[in-house]
Write a new protein. Structure first.
Length: 159
């Protein structure tokens, strides 16, 4: 579930939530955002760290809204839950799906699947910087699909 919040944040910001070239750098950035774990937030982690003589970087943490300013309150609430230091305090997948952020996902008003030739690429390709390479790939795959379907129809008619 920890990775889920990283993916969601990265989709939102187009940046890694906790960047780093090494484990130490990543941990530094995690502590910078979440604050140093405490007895209340992750007593077992502190115990494990003390066993290997590790000391977490000392930070108070920041508001998630400062790190993800474009996140809706519902998304911020979900990501905050997924970012709990203590893995036992993070919601399980089924619990996470109960968060208000996912409420709109249960009411799909359009078909979930389209025939490739009916899809308007501009609706699904996101920001303009992504559009050209993705549209090229989509159109390439669409042509392959059409050829495969044509071959299948031709074989069916011949046989």
């Amino acid at each position: 579930m920890w990775a889920m919040d990283g993916i969601m944040a990265e989709l939102l910001t187009h940046e890694t939530l906790f960047p780093g070239e090494s484990g130490a750098e990543v941990m530094y950035n995690i502590c910078r955002v979440l604050g140093t774990p405490t007895e209340r937030t992750w007593s077992e982690g502190l115990y494990l760290a003390s066993n290997i003589k590790y000391r977490f970087p000392d930070f108070h943490g920041v508001k998630l809204s400062n790190v993800l300013p474009s996140a809706s309150p519902d998304l911020s609430n979900l990501i905050s839950g997924l970012l709990a230091w203590d893995p036992c305090m993070r919601p399980a997948a089924t619990e996470a799906l109960q968060y208000p952020f996912f409420n709109t996902c249960y009411h799909v008003s359009r078909p979930l699947c389209y025939e490739p030739e009916t899809v308007d690429c501009s609706l699904i390709l996101g920001p303009p910087g992504f559009k050209l390479p993705l549209q090229h790939e989509f159109l390439r795959k669409q042509e392959i699909w059409k050829r495969e379907v044509s071959l299948a129809v031709l074989k069916e008619r011949i046989l």
